[in-house]
Design a protein around this ligand. Structure first.
Ligand SMILES: [Zn+2]
Length: 250
């Protein structure tokens, strides 16, 4: 079996660096997704919309109450009016029935009838005014209902969007977690421990692939000697003189 010019050890170490790099990138994606998820879970951007809906619901309830109060009053007035009409008609029967002949009594009766009529007219006015007020309130209520329905639709839509994003991120985090665990299982315990230790203070980036002779993390030019060391690969990658990341060529 022919060996790579690096030799078997060099090749397997480069393979390990490759896994380590993949592991690092998966963990970084996971941490990014977790942060996004955290932000989404703490998202309060729909609160103003929900508050607006609550305030509309309050206004609608007070409209409905006013309408119901007007209707109750109207019902009472209509009963009063019916009572007045009954008494007036009874008085009219007396007036035109021919039973009462005394002019004084007849005058009194006429006066009474006129009073009933006036009272009926006053109530009629009240009822008409109330009908108008109810109509106005009903218009107002219809406007509020329309506005609330629109907002409700918007809120439901945006809640669904948010929920969709959340569940997609949760799935992504779970998949990355699994992928990371699979990669971690390929790493030697020594490298895994070293990586985890460095990870802490290097903000999640321990390995930096060399790109165009520069450090893939801080983009500072890598000296020829270090570049050569990185090319050789192996168990001890050189570090970037600027940021201290381990330089690898993958
Ligand atoms: Zn660097």
């Amino acid at each position: 079996m022919e060996l790579d010019s690096d030799g078997d050890d060099g090749m397997s170490k480069n393979r390990e660096m490759n896994w380590l790099y993949q592991y690092q990138e998966v963990r970084r994606r996971q941490s990014k997704a977790e942060k996004e998820l955290e932000q989404l879970l703490a998202d309060h951007s729909l609160n103003p919309l929900a508050n607006k809906l609550r305030s509309l619901a309050g206004k609608m309830a007070s409209c409905e109450e006013a309408i119901s109060n007007w209707r109750k009053k109207m019902k009472r007035w209509e009963e009063d009016r019916a009572g007045l009409r009954y008494h007036r008609e009874e008085a009219e029967k007396d007036l035109y029935g021919g039973k009462i002949t005394s002019p004084k009594e007849l005058t009194q009766l006429e006066k009474k009838i006129a009073e009933y009529r006036q009272a009926e007219e006053r109530i009629e006015e009240e009822i008409l005014q109330a009908m108008y007020d109810v109509e106005e309130k009903e218009k107002e209520l219809a406007c509020l209902q329309k506005e609330a329905a629109g907002l409700k639709k918007e809120l439901v839509k945006r809640q669904a969007e948010l929920e969709g994003k959340r569940s997609a991120l949760q799935k992504e985090v779970a998949a990355l977690e699994k992928e990371g665990a699979q990669l971690a299982a390929l790493l030697s315990p020594e490298w895994k421990a070293r990586f985890d230790r460095l990870c802490e203070r290097m903000n999640g980036v321990v390995l930096a692939p060399v790109k165009d002779k520069t450090c893939g993390y801080c983009h500072v030019l890598v000296s020829a000697g270090i570049l050569e060391k990185a090319r050789r690969g192996g168990a001890a990658p050189p570090t970037c003189e600027n940021c201290g990341r381990l330089l690898v060529i993958l």
